[in-house]
Design a protein around this ligand. Sequence first.
Ligand SMILES: [Zn+2]
Length: 292
Amino acid sequence: MKAKDISRDLIKAIDRLNSYKKMEDVEKNLDNFHNPISELITPEWYYSDCFRVLDNIEISWKNLGESDLIRTLGDVLERALIREGLAGIEFERSFCSWYQSYHYLPREKWGIHMRYDSLVRIASLFYHHCPSTVDRKLDSAKSAFLYLFSHELFHHIIENATSILEIVSGKSNLYVRYYTDVYSQVFNSSDCIEETLSNVYLFQCADKCRIDRDFLKQELLKQGPGYCQFIQYVDSNFPEGNRILLSQIRQGRLKPTTYDPIEQVVDVPDPFQYSAFHNIPIWVHHKAKPVH
Ligand SMILES: [Zn+2]
């Protein structure tokens, strides 16, 4: 086993668990295996062309500076116009970025997805207003990437934690059941604790992402329902939030009957450390695809 292959090994284990399902059944009923919410909220982006970036490159502050994506971003951001009010950088809610799970098929595009114009916009915001990156093009571009990456990475961390629960319990449907019965039902509401905790994770990683903590705090507090509640679960409250989420996943219901101490399966090192052990595909979208 190579360190970088942990996500691949988890996917293989999930497939073994599902081996009673014949692949031809899956192919015949592919619609039942599609990720329901990414298609629902972002069809024009979900189906748009994208290309893979930073493939097999360890994500680090130094390595980011050498990537073509980040360098190009640094070059264009000075000219980018940003709206006043600075709203519209709320991940899935603003269609800036999303995470496509490997539990759904087809799996070719699983991973973290980002829109290029959103990256430009966030980098421009950081360049003009974030005290830790102001007037520094390349740093603003790197921090903008890490802003989207860290939030979306937490969704992947949670999927991996769920895979571990599935493997240990022998129950292959925990993720899909939770996604359908809990996450999709409460997305965009204050009950969506997965979005809350994704922002907690980003906030906890602020120093690593070189995003000024107070600036980030104020930006995240302006975000929509679910996202802006992050402040309730920062620091020592983070494990409690993870316990609630993992209990929802394990029981497939918004209000679990018990909250068992299973949050330890949520592995939360900083994004650089995590990506050193997990080769997570990252996709960038340039242009929406007309769907109507
Ligand atoms: Zn999210």
